[in-house]
Design a protein around this ligand. Structure first.
Ligand code: SAH
Length: 344
């Protein structure tokens, strides 16, 4: 019999589960607090849970934990990159970044990725499987335990396409932001997508207060298709319309990510077109100098050209930020650490 993944259950589901084990419902609240507030990594830590219940849990339940196998710490800015081992011996990466406003953790949502973006290391070996809600949560829990400080922000921008793992993503967000759990504010959660239109529309209907970030990376359909195969399925106009509707339904301003690649999408003309595309929208653009991966010949845009691109965009009344380049001295780009370990 397959064991129940109790860290992926909400409080109501956990109540049903413990009742089925012949226990009183209040045990569910205790268990939930151990898992999601005290971040217990073992039943032995759960001091107010009777031994008889622990025995039943060991038999029928699974307490999902991700195991840190390697931690790289940046000497420049304290960024920490974690390589976690999952129960089936797969690996995922997560990153802890320090900002003035608090600690932000970037998590993975899948093992590998099937989206095939040409500049991204996470997709080079394809997709293996989706992460469960508990595996997504535990990346944050393990990091908070490790550093002994509260994580205030979460971005789903690691390996994988979160909207390609939609049901688990929603469960994860609800558990992460639940007032009975770690209770991270929905406003401090960002989900980044390459642009799966039907799922953006579904997400808008959930009326969450999270930020949605669209990986745009190009200002024309033709250029976007070249960088991102998903653009062949969902046209740039279609995806931008879905994002506008996301804003209308949720009131949350959209974020657009734009990785600058020298000679590909960083010209004055590119900036102009992008400005025109986004000028009437409530948009924030995050420029990311591309992080070169050795499997591709892409180079990042020089600093002055990044600033020129930003200035040009700002003329269209768009708020633009340049992503701070954290952790440059450790295996920087998404998916690089996992690839290095798995290739030996
Ligand atoms: N699949 C989701 C989330 C994961 S990628 C998405 O596509 O948004 C997170 C962000 O990092 C995306 O904007 C992605 O395009 C970008 N990215 C991936 N590899 C990169 C690289 N080598 N340099 C700069 N940005 C990169």
């Amino acid at each position: 019999m397959e064991k129940t993944d109790i860290k992926s259950l909400n409080l109501e589901e956990l109540k049903t589960y413990v009742t089925q084990l012949g226990e009183k419902p209040f045990r569910a609240k205790q268990l939930y607090e151990w898992m999601h507030v005290h971040l217990a990594r073992d039943y032995e830590e759960m001091t107010n849970i009777p031994g008889s219940l622990k025995e039943k849990l060991k038999e029928s339940a699974q307490l999902t934990t991700v195991i840190p196998k390697e931690v790289q710490i940046s000497k420049e800015d304290g960024t920490r990159k974690y390589l976690f081992e999952l129960g089936d011996e797969n690996f995922v990466e997560s990153v802890l970044m320090r900002y003035q406003y608090g600690l932000s953790v970037c998590i993975s949502s899948q093992v590998g990725c099937k989206m095939g973006c040409s500049f991204c290391a996470s997709t080079l070996d394809g997709w293996l499987r989706n992460l469960t809600p508990s595996e997504m949560l535990d990346q944050i829990y393990a990091i908070q335990k490790d550093v002994g400080e509260r994580v205030s922000h979460v971005v789903v921008m690691g390996t994988g396409e979160p909207l390609d793992n939609y049901e688990n993503l929603l469960k994860f967000i609800r558990l992460l932001t639940d007032e009975n759990g770690l209770h991270i504010s929905q406003r401090n959660v960002t989900v980044s997508t390459c642009g799966i239109v039907p799922r953006i529309r579904d997400l808008a209907k959930e009326k969450l207060q999270i930020t949605l970030a669209l990986s745009l990376h190009a200002s024309s359909q033709q250029k976007r298709e070249k960088l991102m195969p998903v653009a062949k399925t969902y046209d740039i106009r279609e995806v931008l319309l879905a994002c506008e509707d996301y804003y209308k339904l949720t009131g949350r301003r959209m974020s657009y990510e734009y990785s600058l690649i020298a000679g590909e999408n960083d010209s004055g003309e590119d900036a102009k077109k992008l400005g025109e595309l986004l000028s009437k929208k409530s948009a924030h653009v995050n420029l990311i100098p591309v992080n070169p991966i050795k499997e591709r010949s892409y180079r990042s845009t020089a600093k002055e050209a990044v600033l020129a691109f930003k200035n040009k965009l700002e003329k269209y009344g768009i708020t633009v930020t340049i992503r701070r380049e954290l952790g440059r001295d450790i295996d920087g780009a998404c998916g690089q650490l996992r690839r290095r370990i798995e290739k030996g």
